[in-house]
Design a protein around this ligand. Structure first.
Ligand code: ATP
Ligand code: MG
Length: 474
C-alpha cells in the first residue's frame, strides 16, 4: 500500500482521475466524480431480442436455429389435420348417403353400395394413416424444439448468472451505495429467471403458434375463401378478448400482490416491535390498518375474478358463435352449390366446411395463445436490460483491471499521505464529507483519528483502501 521514497511515475493523465496517493506529492487532472454520479436512475432500456443470446455459443445458436425449423414445421403441421378431418367427414357423408338411398329402395344405390363401402373403408384408412403420421411428426418436431430450447436456455441462463455475479464482485463500493444489496439478490433470483424463461421454449413456441396461424389460414383460404373470410370475423374478436383478458389479469394480479405485500410489511413491523405495539395499545388500530390492505386486495381479486369470468365466457361464446356461423353459412354455400365436388357425390361438400372451420379455429387459437409466450419474451428483454447494464458496467475503480499503479512494497520506511483531499460520496455528491484535508500517517507509528460521529473518520479509511477516489467538487 505504501510507496517507498523512490517515487513511482505518476499515473497516465488519460486516466483523468484525482488520486489519493501515497508518498511524494503529485497532482492529477481532475474530471473525477462527475461520470460516477448516479444517472438519476432513468428507466433502463430493455435489451434487444438478439442481445438475449449474447452468451450463447455458436453451436447453441445453430441448435436453436434447428429447433426453430422444427417448431415452424410442427406448427404448420397442426392445422393440416383439418384437411384429413374434412376428408374423413366427407367419406362418412358420402357413404351414409349411398346407404340411405339403398335403404330407401333405390336399386341403383344398392348396386353401388359395395363399391361405396370399399371406397369409404379405403379413404378412411388413408386419412387415419395420414393423421397418425402427422401426429408422429408433431411429436418429433415438438420434442426436438422443446429439448433444444430448454437446454440451451439453461446454459445461457447459467452463463448470465455467472457473468452477473462476476460483474457485481468487480464493482466498486460506489455502485452498492446506489444499488443496495437487496436489489442484487432480487436481480440474481428474479431477473435471471425471467431472462431464462424468455429465451427458453417460449421463443420456439411463439414460432410454432405463428406458423400454425399462417398454415391454418392458408389451408382455410385454399379450401374455400368465401367461408374463410366469413369465419375470419371471429379473429379480431377473439384476439381482442384474449389480449384484454391478459392485460387486465396482469394488472389485477400485480395490484393484489402489491396490497398483500403492503399488508405483510405492516404486519411484520407490528409483530417485530410487538412490545411497543403492546405498550401503546395500538393492536386494534394496526389490525384495522392491516385489514384495510386485505380489503383492498380482496376488492381487486373480486374484480379480477369478474374480468376472468367475463373474458373466458365471451371467449367461448365467440367460439360457439363461430360454430353457428360456420354451419349456417356453410349450409348456404352448399345449397348454392359453391362447395367442392368430390368423386363420391355430386352435392356440395360437408368436408370443406369442416376443414375450413377447423383450420380457422386452430389458426385463431394459435394467435390467441401466442400472446402469453410473447409476453414472457418481452419481460425477459426488460430484465436483461437491467442485468446487462451491470454486466457491462466498467467501474471507475476497476478491481479486474490489471493496469494502473503498483506501489512497490516497502517495509518500515514508507508513509501514507492525504494531501488536500476533498471528497463527497458519489451517491450524495453535493454534500462534501472531506474538505481539503491533509494528513500524514508515518509507517510503524500508531495514528489515531479522532472526531465527532459523521466527521469522516471511516471515510478516510475507505479512501485509503481505495474504495473511492477523492474528488474535486464542482
Ligand atoms: N456510503 C455513503 N454514502 C453517502 N454518504 C455517506 C456514506 N458513508 C458515510 N456517509 C456520510 O459521510 C459522512 C462521514 O461519515 P463517516 O462514516 O466517515 O463518519 P465517521 O467519522 O466514521 O463517524 P462514526 O464516528 O459515527 O463512525 C457522514 O455524514 C455520513 O452520513
Ligand atoms: Mg466510522
Amino acid at each position: 500500500m505504501v510507496d517507498s521514497a523512490d517515487p513511482t511515475p505518476p499515473p497516465a493523465p488519460s486516466m483523468g482521475r484525482k488520486f489519493l496517493f501515497f508518498g511524494p506529492r503529485r497532482r492529477q487532472g481532475d474530471t473525477a466524480v462527475e461520470e460516477e454520479k448516479p444517472k438519476e436512475e432513468p428507466k433502463i432500456p430493455p435489451a434487444s431480442f438478439f442481445a438475449l443470446f449474447r452468451f450463447a455459443t455458436r453451436g447453441e445458436i445453430l441448435l436453436d436455429i434447428l429447433g426453430l425449423i422444427a417448431a415452424a414445421a410442427g406448427g404448420a403441421a397442426s392445422p393440416v389435420m383439418s384437411i384429413f378431418f374434412g376428408k374423413l367427414t366427407q367419406g362418412f357423408v358420402a357413404f351414409t348417403l349411398t346407404l340411405a338411398e339403398a335403404q330407401a329402395g333405390s336399386a341403383e344405390a344398392a348396386q353401388r353400395l359395395p363399391i361405396a363401402a370399399a371406397n369409404f373403408r379405403h379413404a378412411s384408412g388413408q386419412s387415419a394413416t395420414y393423421l397418425t403420421i402427422l401426429g408422429l411428426g408433431v411429436f418429433v418436431t415438438t420434442y426436438v424444439y422443446m429439448h433444444i430450447w430448454v437446454v440451451t436456455a439453461e446454459l445461457s441462463g447459467k452463463r448470465i448468472r455467472e457473468r452477473y455475479l462476476a460483474a457485481v464482485l468487480r464493482q466498486d463500493p460506489a455502485f452498492f451505495d446506489t444499488v443496495g444489496a437487496g436489489e442484487i439478490v432480487t436481480r440474481v433470483q428474479t431477473d435471471t429467471h425471467l431472462v431464462q424463461q424468455g429465451i427458453s421454449e417460449k421463443v420456439a413456441l411463439s414460432l410454432f403458434f405463428v406458423s400454425g396461424f399462417i398454415s391454418g389460414f392458408v389451408i382455410a383460404f385454399a379450401r374455400s375463401w368465401r367461408l374463410a373470410i366469413v369465419l375470419m370475423t371471429m379473429l379480431p374478436f377473439m384476439s381482442l378478448v384474449g389480449a384484454l383478458l391478459g392485460k387486465f389479469m396482469a394488472r389485477f394480479t400485480e395490484l393484489s400482490l402489491k396490497h398483500v405485500a403492503e399488508g405483510g410489511t405492516l404486519a411484520e413491523e407490528a409483530i417485530s416491535s410487538i412490545r411497543t405495539t403492546q405498550a401503546f395499545g395500538t393492536q386494534e388500530k394496526l389490525a384495522a390498518l392491516y385489514e384495510d390492505f386485505i380489503r383492498k386486495a380482496r376488492t381487486v381479486d373480486v374484480k379480477a375474478a369478474t374480468a376472468q369470468g367475463l373474458g373466458i365466457g365471451i371467449f367461448y361464446f365467440a367460439i360457439f358463435a363461430s360454430y353457428g356461423l360456420a354451419f349456417s353459412y356453410g349450409t348456404t354455400l352448399i345449397n348454392r352449390g359453391e362447395g367442392t365436388y368430390t368423386q363420391f357425390v355430386t352435392i356440395a361438400d360437408a368436408g370443406t366446411v369442416v376443414t375450413v372451420f377447423m383450420a380457422i379455429l386452430t389458426g385463431t387459437a394459435s394467435l390467441v395463445v401466442l400472446a402469453p409466450e410473447m409476453q414472457a419474451i418481452v419481460l425477459a428483454m426488460g430484465a436483461a436490460g437491467k442485468l446487462f447494464q451491470t454486466i457491462d458496467r466498467v467501474p471507475l475503480i476497476d478491481s479486474s483491471d490489471p493496469s494502473g499503479l503498483k506501489p512497490t512494497p516497502v517495509l518500515g520506511s514508507g508513509f501514507l499521505e492525504l494531501e488536500h483531499v476533498t471528497f463527497a460520496y458519489p451517491s450524495r455528491s453535493d454534500i462534501p464529507v472531506l474538505k481539503d484535508i491533509s494528513i500524514t500517517f508515518p509507517a510503524g507509528k500508531t495514528t489515531a483519528l479522532v472526531g465527532a460521529s459523521g466527521s469522516g473518520k471511516s471515510t478516510i479509511i475507505a479512501l485509503a483502501e481505495r474504495f473511492y477516489d477523492p474528488a474535486v467538487l464542482g
